[in-house]
Design a protein around this ligand. Sequence first.
Ligand code: PGA
Length: 252
Amino acid sequence: MARVPVVGGNWKMNLARPAARELLSGLRERLGDVDGVEVLVFPPAPWLGDAHDVLDGSRLRVGAQNAYWEQKGAYTGEIGPAMLQGTASHVLVGHSERRIQFGETVWETGRKMGAVCAAGLTPVLAVGEPFSDRRAGRTEDGLRRQLIEALRTVEAMPDGFVVAYEPVWAIGTGEAATPEDAQARCAFLRTLVAERFDAAAGDAVRIQYGGSVNADNAASFFAQPDIDGALVGGASLDADAFTAICRAAAAS
Ligand code: PGA
């Protein structure tokens, strides 16, 4: 099955509003009518409305970096997925910075997945092993646990579901995984999705690689059969670099 590649730009906690709007306009100019790749932009929460306004009518989609597992209520500082309806189409769930720096457990990630799907938004589920798991040969056990627990609350494969394989040791370090290593992990994740739902789901799910992807190395990942795009951190803050990555995905 031909899967349309998907590239996400995770801005993390970067850019003041004027710079954010400038980057959004720059992306619209360069990628507004892009073909052959789905492009998602994940700005910081306060700029989601700006992203929606600036990108409205283009082919670029807006995603939130995080959301809570309740839709509304007395949860100071949190964002209910339903509140994102009309502004964002996607929500990033389980990014390793949430898991490691904010102590988000696999149980919490599972609750968030359920809430995001219930709100009719598309989850981009990030999973990935820390270096200690890799060294100990426990990568696949860890990935299996993260994926299965995250999907615990999800009955059917979410429409447009995206999984991002992001080894923790490759994020923000400039030390990307090798394309062959990333391919092996992405192929493994695809078999897990097929086991959890069915073969058609395994075939349809888009699996991104993330971790120090840049304009120079992106194409080598996209050439792999089970890698359907990238989740990009640092390089997504540069309109030209991010555009080059999106174009490489479209050409793959
Ligand atoms: P990086 O981040 O591209 O800066 O390594 C990737 C991510 O955290 O999604």
